[in-house]
Design a protein around this ligand. Structure first.
Ligand SMILES: Nc1ncnc2c1ncn2[C@@H]1O[C@H](COP(=O)(O)OP(=O)(O)OP(=O)(O)O)[C@@H](O)[C@H]1O
Length: 477
């Protein structure tokens, strides 16, 4: 198998890889580095933990060393923590170059960031919202000469999830030159491939790992059927079991809302598990502090929302527990990908209630693998059930008393005002958008049902179906 030198990387970079413990290139690095060095755009789709970051950092550093200037490269990524992680890889691998990088993320001082940007760093690593704010409000820096635009977790940047980056991306794309190399990476690129192809037009090179299953082989994936009402007792039981069994290991628990995340963190602490929370309602400093404590294994349990589901690379994580079954298979893929990284072993357990069976099926269909059922000793769960319920109720009351929900609203309004937006107008706009989305959803459902009915009719008559699709105009009237 080719080594890093055979991929066309300079000897100083090969040495950097060696010092970092990267002995052989991974498949995605083998596939993408030569094409990027040739000057081509690249769309790289490979499993979680397969080394996609170094697949773009290494060739960019090589090109930067040949023609060093600032700002040479812009990396966009959906979360703040991920921006710091990517910057770290640039820093370590680019040390001999005296690389200057700059991290532009929300929740940090804008003036300090503006100053750093004006000093022309070689690489800017940013979340779209804050970078777009800088572009709109300041003329002390320019992205007009960048050679590389990287979008890490590119599908997340383009999809319209709870954080919609569309407007910010428009601002950013209008500020970068058309003549550039565009590199797009994710473990789940294919969902937004069409949109992505519109961004990468310079002899684009699409590299996808060929594998029958979309999650990594070393990952032991199970589901645990639990009645909704006693879910928390099962969670405490699982944490207890893993915490005792695996002395050196860390556990990430994913939940669906900031509030549940906060409550479960309080609850696990009451049971004396060293737990930290990570969600978007925490102040940025608290978020960094929580992650630092978890990374250094001071706290071995992290309970997080999907703000931590993508990209985070923490080698000690051996277990991922999904407290809720993810509504989208790709969220599942990223969540469970926080363990079993870089060839290591890992376990993922998803709690599935009576209401989530269909979600489990769509996950299995998407990853092309059936999850094994996990069995636990029911008697042990029963023995802690009352205690868990009492503690949970206490935590609910405590959080209610701290006005958590109101704080959420106030924070949202503050953030919008800081962004120069009118919170009331924004609320109106959101409501209209939700209405349109709902109409579109209903329309799609109608189409699906019509097609199904026609298919059923025609198969019973033995003829080909002729789709009669209702028009959008019909639906909207
Ligand atoms: N060639 C290599 N040999 C050994 N380890 C490597 C190699 N390349 C990268 N790694 C390590 O593998 C781990 C995962 O890499 P990385 O974070 O880039 O994964 P990823 O593919 O971006 O995952 P995700 O989709 O979850 O973001 C890191 O700790 C990294 O240092």
């Amino acid at each position: 198998m080719a080594g890093f030198a055979e991929l066309g990387l300079s000897s100083w970079l090969v040495e950097q890889c060696r010092q970092m413990g990267l002995k052989q290139p991974t498949m995605v690095q083998l596939g993408c580095i030569p094409a990027i060095l040739q000057g081509r755009d690249c769309l790289g789709c490979a499993k979680t933990g397969s080394g996609k970051t170094a697949a773009f950092v290494l060739p960019i550093l090589q090109k930067l060393s040949e023609d060093p200037y600032g700002i040479f490269c812009l990396v966009l990524t959906p979360t703040r923590e991920l921006a710091y992680q990517i910057a770290e890889q640039f820093r370590v691998l680019g040390k001999p170059l005296g690389l200057k990088d700059c991290i532009i993320v929300g929740g940090m001082d804008m003036v300090v960031q503006a100053l750093e940007l004006s000093r022309k760093p070689h690489v800017v690593i940013a979340t779209p919202g804050r970078l777009a704010d800088h572009l709109r409000s300041s003329n002390t820096f320019s992205l007009k000469k960048i050679r590389f635009l990287v979008m890490d977790e590119a599908d997340r940047l383009l999809e319209q999830g709870c954080t919609d980056f569309t407007a910010d991306l428009e601002t950013i794309l209008a500020s970068v030159p058309a003549q550039r190399q565009t590199l797009l990476f994710s473990a789940t690129l294919t969902d937004t491939l069409k949109e992505l192809q519109g961004l990468a037009t310079n002899q684009p090179f699409f590299w996808e790992a060929q594998a029958p299953v979309r999650t990594v082989e070393q990952l032991d994936q199970r589901y645990l059927l639990v009645p909704e009402k006693v879910k928390d007792a099962y969670l405490v039981h699982l944490v207890q079991t893993f915490y005792e069994q695996l002395e050196e290991c860390s556990i990430i628990i994913f939940t669906n809302t900031c509030k549940t995340c906060q409550i479960l963190c309080m609850m696990l602490r009451k049971f004396n598990f060293p737990t930290v929370a990570l969600h978007s309602m925490m102040k940025q400093k608290e978020r960094f502090a929580a992650l630092a404590k978890f990374k250094s294994s001071i706290y071995r349990i992290l309970i997080a929302t999907d703000v931590a589901s993508r990209g985070l690379d923490i080698p000690t994580v051996q277990v991922v527990i999904n407290h809720n079954t993810p509504g989208l298979p790709k969220i599942y893929i990223h969540r469970v990908g926080r363990t079993a990284r870089a060839g290591r072993q890992g376990q993922a357990i998803t709690l599935v209630t009576q209401y989530d069976i269909h979600l489990l099926h769509s996950i299995e269909e998407e990853i092309k693998k059936q999850l094994d059922e996990m069995k636990v000793e029911e008697a042990k769960v029963l023995s802690i059930l009352t205690q868990v319920n009492v503690v949970r109720r206490e935590c609910d009351i405590k959080l209610e008393a701290s006005h958590f929900d109101e704080k959420k609203e106030i924070n949202k309004r503050k953030q919008l005002i800081l962004e120069g937006k009118d919170p009331d107008l924004e609320a109106k706009r959101k409501a209209e958008l939700a209405k349109i989305k709902q109409q579109n959803r209903r329309f799609k459902e109608q189409v699906g049902q019509t097609l199904k009915r026609q298919k059923a009719k025609s198969t019973s008559r033995g003829v080909q179906p002729q789709p009669q699709v209702p028009t959008l105009a019909q639906e909207q009237t």
